[in-house]
Write a protein that binds this ligand. Structure first.
Ligand SMILES: [Zn+2]
Length: 206
């Protein structure tokens, strides 16, 4: 089992390679060998709960390969029961000890939520609404502060608030995960990917 701190270090290094343009690609073993080895079982060292945005593929921004990351992607990196269940699955089946909630700058789901709160449309599909409804509680309190006057800062803060909410939901929304956190070294952290620089900043729970 790879401890959470070591897993975090590996992600930080991988992101550094991605930002610097020094991705490792495949050092010692070929993808073919790795695929054949992985057909017998997996041991991902981190769970990434990220946004579906096409510009934030976890394996690429962390410079990781086949079998390294257990990735859950959903618009707005929200946490609903199926996301909690997916994290429980990885943490119990593969003993993965690091969970990263990975949001990103200019997230479309956050922008849509702000828009909806400013001007409720009522025309959104119920399925899309279920995503906005999960993000709204993180964003709504910000609208009654001075942040509401600066749309750029508002979006930045809303992205972070939503990441914190998702991370807290994973920390406290499951008896299984709570026990693993208290007794078995599971760590849930929040991070933000910058579309502009490629840098992932870990800012919550680290
Ligand atoms: Zn997004």
């Amino acid at each position: 089992m790879m401890p959470a701190t070591e897993a975090l270090e590996r992600l930080r290094n991988g992101n550094k390679h991605f930002v610097d343009g020094t991705e490792r690609h495949d050092e010692s073993i070929t993808v073919h060998d790795r695929r054949s080895e992985l057909s017998k079982g997996q041991k991902p060292f981190a769970v990434i709960l990220g946004c579906s945005d096409s510009r934030v593929p976890a394996e690429i921004v962390f410079d990781q390969g086949l079998g390294d990351l257990f990735v859950i992607r959903v618009a707005g990196n929200i946490v609903a029961p199926s996301q909690v269940g997916s994290v429980e699955f990885a943490a119990t089946q593969f003993e993965t000890r690091l969970v990263v909630v990975l949001g990103h700058s200019q997230c479309g789901a956050i922008l849509a939520t702000i828009e909806e709160l400013h001007q409720p449309s009522g025309s959104r599909s119920p399925n899309l609404r279920s995503i906005v409804d999960r993000i709204s509680p993180s964003v709504e309190p910000l609208l009654s502060t001075d942040l509401a006057n600066d749309s750029e800062v508002l979006v930045q803060q809303a992205v972070r608030a939503n990441i914190r909410t998702s991370a807290n939901h994973l920390r406290h929304g499951s008896a299984i995960l709570e026990r693993l956190i208290q007794e078995d070294g599971l760590l849930v952290v929040g991070a933000e990917y910058s579309l502009e620089s490629g840098v992932v900043e870990f800012f919550d729970g680290v």
